[in-house]
Ligand binder design. Structure first.
Ligand SMILES: [Zn+2]
Length: 161
C-alpha cells in the first residue's frame, strides 16, 4: 500500500521547515501506516489554547513550542497522527509504525529529529532499538525521577546539533 499526503496535510505543512517537510514527504512513501499532518505551524495564541487544556507543557509566550515560528523563519515541528478509517486516531501501535518510517526517512535524508514519544537529547537518527523501546526507557527514566512522562507520540521536531 502506498499512501500520499492529502490536501489538509499539505496545508498544515505550509510554513514548516523544509527539512521536516522533506522527511514527512519521504515517510508517507515508505510507511505501512497512513497518517495525517495534524498540526504544523502554530501562533502563540494557538499554543496558549493547547496549554490551557493541558495538551501541551508550553504556554506559547514564556515557553515557546517548536511549532511556533523559530529563528529560521519556519515552524520546526509537526504532529503526525495515524489516519484510520477516514479519521485521525491516537493509537500507539499505529504511532510506532509511523515512527519507524519517520526515523528511516530522517536517517536517509540526514535530518536530525527529536521525537515526542521519548524526548531525549540525542536525535532519533542515532538511536538503536525500536521506537517502542525508546518510549519504555523514557517512561522508566521519568518514573525513577518521580516525574510524570509526557509522551507525545505524533510530535516530531528539528534538532540543531
Ligand atoms: Zn507537536
Amino acid at each position: 500500500m502506498t499512501y500520499s499526503l492529502g490536501r489538509r496535510s499539505r496545508q498544515e505543512l505550509e510554513g514548516v521547515h523544509p527539512d521536516i517537510v522533506r522527511v514527512v514527504e519521504r515517510a508517507i512513501e515508505i510507511t505501512d501506516q497512513d497518517f495525517t499532518v495534524f498540526d504544523g505551524i502554530r501562533t502563540a495564541a494557538d499554543q496558549r489554547k493547547l496549554y490551557n487544556r493541558r495538551a501541551s507543557q508550553r504556554d506559547g509566550y514564556n515557553r515557546k513550542s517548536q511549532h511556533q515560528k523559530q529563528a529560521s523563519g519556519f515552524g520546526e515541528a509537526v504532529d503526525l497522527v495515524p489516519w484510520i478509517n477516514g479519521k485521525p486516531v491516537w493509537d500507539w501501535d499505529a504511532i510506532y509504525k509511523i515512527a519507524e518510517a519517520v526515523v528511516q526517512a530522517a536517517v536517509e535524508l540526514g535530518v536530525p529529529l527529536r521525537w515526542g514519544g521519548c524526548w531525549g537529547d540525542v536525535p532519533v537518527n542515532e538511536l538503536s532499538g525500536s521506537p517502542e523501546n525508546w518510549v519504555a526507557a523514557y517512561v522508566k527514566r521519568k518514573r525513577s525521577q518521580g516525574k510524570r512522562a509526557f509522551n507525545d507520540g505524533p510530535h516530531w521536531e528539528l534538532m540543531h546539533p
